[in-house]
Design a protein. Structure first.
Length: 250
């Protein structure tokens, strides 16, 4: 079956509107919780490193999913956090959960944020590598640029390793692909922050035997807290499975 992003994520969220539904289904809820916690920690590191002022900022979260980063930015003191998602489930439930914020159903690969707002911070975690066609990817980066103020910070995650993705709904891009399109939108990549290495490794995927898969999966889950702390303090960029691109619009 051909991957259709809207249908794929709509079905995922219908079954499980949680961090597991939006995250890595190869891991447990606990593992996904720690993966998101680590993403938030590395995001905080990137923001602090470049003196990005979240307090009082207008934030756009692209691919807002279950609202993890909506809550993150509101707790950091953002003036407002708008969200767009490809699914109506996300938009409907997040409007109920965060009644003071704006949410719209939008496919960023086809259209930009529908309002006239320009944002100080644009957050795009685990979204762009799920756009598998080149035209959609190019359009998404251009649409991101349309919603960014001059001087806005743009936070994007990707593996930057095209051979790392094997699922139909995953396509990682090279750094030069981001640079080429961002350059046209007057966006510079300021820094690349490694997010995780240990946490993203599904050891059981290497085993064909079902029993060995179960044993290795259990071992991976038992080591989740260790992996979390290892990746928190030691995660070389060249070895990282997921990276954070800290970008800024001129």
């Amino acid at each position: 079956m051909v991957y259709q992003a809207k249908d794929f994520w709509q079905e995922r969220f219908k079954k499980d509107f949680s961090l597991l539904g939006s995250g890595h289904t190869g891991f447990s809820r606990v593992h996904n919780y720690y993966m998101y916690r680590l993403k938030a920690k590395k995001l905080s590191f990137g923001l602090a490193r470049h003196d990005v002022a979240v307090k009082g900022a207008k934030v756009l979260d692209i691919g807002c999913g279950t609202g993890f980063f909506i809550e993150y930015y509101l707790k950091k003191g953002a003036k407002s956090v708008s969200g767009i998602d490809i699914t109506d489930i996300s938009v409907k439930l997040l409007r109920q959960r965060f009644p003071g914020q704006e949410f719209h159903q939008v496919d960023i690969s086809l259209e930009p944020y529908p309002g006239m707002d320009k944002f100080d911070i644009i957050n795009i975690f685990d979204v762009l590598y799920h756009i598998v066609d080149d035209q959609g990817f190019n359009s998404a980066l251009k649409n991101i640029g349309l919603s960014a103020k001059s001087g806005a910070w743009i936070l994007v995650t990707d593996s930057l390793n095209p051979v790392a993705g094997s699922a139909a709904h995953v396509r990682y891009r090279r750094l030069d692909e981001y640079r080429r399109i961002f350059k046209e939108e007057s966006i510079d990549i300021i820094e690349i922050v490694p997010i995780y290495n240990c946490m993203g490794r599904t050891l059981f995927a290497y085993f064909k035997n079902e029993m060995l898969q179960k044993v290795s999966a259990a071992a991976t889950e038992l080591g989740v807290i260790i992996s979390y702390w290892v990746d928190s303090f030691y995660c070389p960029l060249e070895n990282s499975l997921m990276k954070l691109l800290v970008c800024r619009k001129k």
